[in-house]
Design a protein around this ligand. Structure first.
Ligand code: HXC
Length: 258
């Protein structure tokens, strides 16, 4: 377990890392310290050999967005010279599967970080939104892009141009999250899913993630070719033989990442 000013990180023996945004008094508002510590924590996750990452927030929010108090007096020069916010994108670049366990508010940058996760599980009381329009700005870490790809132009425009919030049930209906569970169960549900994925072949899980994400980046024919090449590649590894042999032997597979 390691803690910094704004985050808590644990990695368990099953290969599941749990990273908690931990500024509950400010509803886990994302400030520069947190961004720097987040970047370092992701490096720790990678170095630890963790196979799946669960990301959640302490208290009554996943994250209520970028820290407005910190941002208010920033100038264009400050923002552009420091390429402010770019480091958050490192979450999307992580090769292992990531699961967002969304408790409470996921607003602005909080919603955007949630959308960088591969699987999103929400507590029934969670709410999502891109309220930046009310602050005189727009989403800055993927809201206009990832939300549009996830829920389509009509819903994305509605949410981004009005700043309205959607509850967990609506988030499920429009395809923003894949599961809604009681609030008290959200972290445990995410950890169960994480342990399940961590028990599969790590190579297969990473390949599946890379192929699904490719769908947003390329044409169908290129994506299909990319997928087929990965499919062929997995036959280079012992885990494919083990997975299929275990099925035929009617026993659980013992994947070794070999
Ligand atoms: C700084 C924040 C904050 C934020 C909440 N707080 N959100 N501080 N930045 N984004 C602080 C409040 O000031 C308050 O501090 C404490 O957290 C509790 O919040 P309350 O407002 O008292 O709670 P509540 O009445 O329950 O309202 C919850 C809320 C509201 C609806 C989530 O806090 C809210 O609207 N927050 C701002 C949401 C937002 O606009 N997010 C977008 C930010 S811009 P004190 O000290 O008073 O107790 C953004 C840009 C994205 O994200 C760019 C990429 C990162």
């Amino acid at each position: 377990m390691s803690s910094s000013d704004t985050l808590t990180l644990t990695v368990d023996d099953d290969g599941v890392a749990q990273l908690t945004l931990n500024r509950p008094a400010a509803l886990n508002a994302l400030n520069t310290t947190m961004m720097t510590e987040f970047s370092a924590a992701l490096r720790q996750v990678t170095d630890s050999g963790a196979r799946v990452l669960v990301l959640t927030g302490a208290g009554r929010a996943f994250a209520a967005g970028a820290d407005i108090a910190e941002m208010r007096d920033r100038t264009f020069g400050d923002m552009t010279d420091s390429n402010h916010l770019a480091a958050w994108e490192e979450l999307a670049d992580l090769r292992i599967p990531t699961i967002g366990a969304v408790n409470g508010f996921a607003l602005g940058g909080g919603c955007e970080i949630a959308m960088m996760c591969d699987i999103l599980i929400a507590g029934a009381g969670a709410s999502f939104g891109q309220p930046e329009i009310g602050l005189g700005i727009i989403p800055g870490i993927g809201g206009t892009q990832r939300l549009t790809r996830l829920v389509g132009k009509a819903q994305a425009m509605d949410l981004i141009l009005t700043g309205r919030r959607v509850d967990a049930a609506e988030a499920l209906r429009i395809g923003l999250v894949s599961r809604v569970v009681p609030d008290d169960d959200v972290l445990e549900e995410a950890l169960v899913v994480a342990r399940q994925i961590a028990g599969f072949s790590g190579r297969a899980a990473r390949a599946a993630k890379e192929c699904v994400l490719r769908a947003d980046q390329t044409t169908l024919s290129e994506g299909l070719l990319f997928e087929r090449r990965w499919f062929h590649s997995l036959f280079a590894f012992d885990d494919q033989t083990e997975g299929m042999t275990a099925f035929l032997d009617k026993r659980p597979a013992r994947f070794t990442d070999g």
